[in-house]
Design a protein around this ligand. Sequence first.
Ligand SMILES: Nc1ncnc2c1ncn2[C@@H]1O[C@H](COP(=O)(O)OP(=O)(O)OP(=O)(O)O)[C@@H](O)[C@H]1O
Ligand SMILES: [Mg+2]
Length: 507
Amino acid sequence: MSSAIISMEGITKSFNNIPVLNDVDFELREGEIHALLGENGAGKSTLMKILRGVYQPDHGKMIVQGKSYDRFNSPNEARAAGISMVFQEFSLVPTLTVAQNIFLTREIKNRFGLLDDKECERRAKVFFDELEVDIDPQAVVSQLSTGYRQLTEITAALSQEARILIFDEPTASLTQTESLSLFRLMRRLKEKGISMIYISHRMEEIFKIADRITVLRDGRRIITDEISNLTIQKVIEHILGRKAEAIDSRELVSTVQQDQVLLDVKNLKCNRGVNDISFRLHRGEVIGLAGLMGSGRTELMQAIFGINPIKEGDILVKGKSIKVKTPEESMKSDIALIPEDRRVQGLILDHSIRDNFILPMIQLKRLANRNIFVDYRRGNDLAEHYVKTLKIRSDSIEKMVRFLSGGNQQKVVIAKWLSTEPEILLMDEPTAGVDIGTKSEILNIVRDLAKQGKGVIFISSELQELIAVCDRVIVIKNGQVDQVLNRYDIPGEERLHQILQGAGNSG
Ligand SMILES: Nc1ncnc2c1ncn2[C@@H]1O[C@H](COP(=O)(O)OP(=O)(O)OP(=O)(O)O)[C@@H](O)[C@H]1O
Ligand SMILES: [Mg+2]
């Protein structure tokens, strides 16, 4: 058995007297992939921020590569101890090349004292070859897909001799194919003796990649064990502290009203991503959009919501043609979009949970009694209601959204759009980054909306969710409809994955 490269012992941390971590022990062994699991707000990121020197613990100590520390006062101190982080929000400079980014902090100068691009590219190539990663060092980062950016970032960390890598939800924004290449790379790194901590809410992934897991619940360590001793079901029980309902074993009762077309999309063409798409969404129907990254799913949603300019074609809501050129116009037609990139598009971080709820209401003038007055009581009620149903972990609805955990911020965005009660709801990866307990809650809400006669269009990279919740799945390929699968023809996850792979893999 390999020895510990990190031991965190008795780590305790409070924010404003509210305990977030309580006497937590955590050990990482040399060359292992250790998954850190727990519900949104369980304390995972906080524990890792302590390890990275972003926060300092109230109590406890850390032993890293044989040296004992009470705290790291800064990320630089932690880095000097050999700890690197692969960020979910990327820290690369988009206008520079891959090679320039990798050597950014230690610019390689030529004999004239200028940045030596050739030498950077040569050294970057050596790294990539060694890791069997196929990236052009001369490529400009802004033109890379998310997956390649992530690989660049990992290479940058390794080029600084990092022995310990922390991944905090790295696959939340990756496609299935990109995730697979990340896992391949992680396995290569493991062979080289690099130790990795891996945070994710996707159970299948964890069972593919991790050697051991540690579960946190309410800031306490519940269990650390070899993955081979566990099952997905068992791990979920540790995370939740109770038995979970399986999302894909539920009976789906159709509520589709075939004679009531809510949304009619006719031969839609956009400059970006959509290349002649037609389909109809009925009252009471949930349509899933499946396809690979770049297939045009997100672009289609954005077109319907007035973010992606329409070149040709028609959109009819309840039989009336609408001209959507801005989100406001679609909102007026009772359409709402829960965007993919929620951190950027969805929230005002310096406002409270409650005020983030009130905002779209003001936009919709639904909360304004007499144009000027805002019904704060209703805002309060809604915030309280959704904090409860979606289990948004916060001591109060007055809390600034900035101080919520990543997953809880996501829940606020989802909830605020749900609370506007749109007739047509577009949801782009609504469960990404959301914990296993709340995922099924979101799927329940989707079915409830259908039962109320609303229409939902749903994108998810987790195919079992599409299978669990959709009346029809439309497979999109190259901006066109490739196949339409009806409820009872929706194949199992494995088969659906194959169909997608076959459905083209253009950029
Ligand atoms: N700077 C801060 N000030 C106040 N509270 C904070 C701060 N940072 C984190 N918290 C609180 O600590 C708790 C744990 O947050 P943390 O980000 O560690 O959760 P997490 O396990 O990473 O969750 P997720 O899966 O949602 O990312 C949350 O309740 C959060 O609101
Ligand atoms: Mg987190």
